[in-house]
Ligand binder design. Structure first.
Ligand code: AMP
Length: 228
């Protein structure tokens, strides 16, 4: 783990052991996911326990489903939380599209709305989708901040924030935008951070904006759980 290409390596655990709902198990079967990958088996139970987690994992490990599954499983009914409940920040529009495709795939059979917010697309269409309501937002930091300053996006109901490919977001220079966005999210939220590498700037971000995060390492060299 992780695999160098193709499908990620499965574990001996089964999705049935992870306390998932019937509709989710069905969506996983339809997606062709038979067994959870290492990061899914490691992160999903911690996410259910409301822990903040730093997961060191590259693309190809099944990292996307590791945060999408617990988010989908814990969504509140619309009448209880009418605003977006989960905010997934990603470095690029390509990844925003990929992550929202995974949300759609794993929410098969459920009424879940996901909006992708990224630049290079007219903002009007995104505003209209936000107006109609969405439980899950996937976006690049610049465009998310743009919507926040226009008042077209509200984060008061957000209970989970994901920083996906956090090292790439910092490399691109998104740190100030990420910090502004995190400061606009409820402080009692859960924060999940995924990153291929965890250099000091990522550790600092985790120390500053996460609550006693558990550290899961799925990089090729070692597998471990720790508290940083
Ligand atoms: P990711 O690392 O999230 O980019 O996922 C890499 C690829 O693995 C994607 O094509 C996913 O659809 C696929 N995938 C994710 N989880 C599983 C699983 N448990 N079993 C088989 N394929 C999976």
């Amino acid at each position: 783990m992780p695999s160098s290409g193709g499908n990620p390596e499965p574990t001996k655990k089964r999705f049935e052991d992870l306390d998932l709902s019937g509709p989710m198990l069905k969506a996983l079967r339809l997606a062709g996911y038979e067994y959870p990958t290492e990061i899914q088996a490691g992160l999903i139970p911690l996410a259910f326990e409301d822990e903040d987690v730093v997961g060191q994992a590259r693309t190809g490990t099944g990292k996307t489903a590791s945060f999408v599954i617990p988010i989908l499983e814990q969504l509140y009914p619309h009448r209880e939380k009418p605003g977006p409940q989960a905010l997934i920040l990603v470095p690029t529009r390509e990844l925003a599209v990929q992550v929202s495709t995974e949300v759609v795939k794993l929410s098969t059979g459920q009424r879940v709305h996901c909006v992708a917010l990224y630049g290079g697309k007219p903002i009007r269409g995104q505003i209209e989708k936000l107006r109609r309501g969405a439980e899950i937002i996937v976006g690049t930091p610049g465009r998310v901040l743009d919507h926040l300053s226009r008042g077209t996006l509200k984060l008061d109901d957000v209970w989970c924030v994901v920083l996906d490919e956090a090292d790439r977001m910092l490399d691109i220079g998104f740190r100030p935008d990420i910090e502004k966005i995190l400061r606009r999210c409820p402080s009692d939220r859960q924060t999940l951070l995924l990153s291929a590498t965890v250099p000091p700037p990522i550790q600092k971000l985790a120390e500053r904006y996460m609550c006693e995060p558990k550290f899961l390492n799925f990089s090729p060299k070692d597998l471990s759980v720790d508290t940083i």
